[in-house]
Design a protein around this ligand. Structure first.
Ligand SMILES: [Zn+2]
Length: 76
């Protein structure tokens, strides 16, 4: 795979967003699998919308500084 393709794939993955694990209270980077840091949390009616960043130096999503969105639906 060319570098261009890798970058494109990493960006597509990041933009698809990540899944928030409400038991473990974490979301993982879809590319390298490491825990993604929470950058911001926005409370909406029944959801918490978070933006994550990968902090793994050797990961393209980290290198590209792409942020990944997750949505947690809050009960009640
Ligand atoms: Zn990563």
């Amino acid at each position: 795979m060319s570098t261009h393709d890798k970058v494109r794939m990493a960006m597509a993955l990041a933009r698809k967003g990540v899944e928030w694990d409400s038991e473990k209270k974490r979301a993982d980077c879809p590319l390298c699998g490491e825990r993604a840091r929470v950058v911001t949390t926005k409370k909406q009616d029944r959801a918490r919308v978070r933006y994550h960043a990968c902090t793994n130096d050797s990961c393209l999503i980290c290198a590209l500084k792409e942020q990944m969105k997750s949505v947690e639906v809050v009960e009640g």
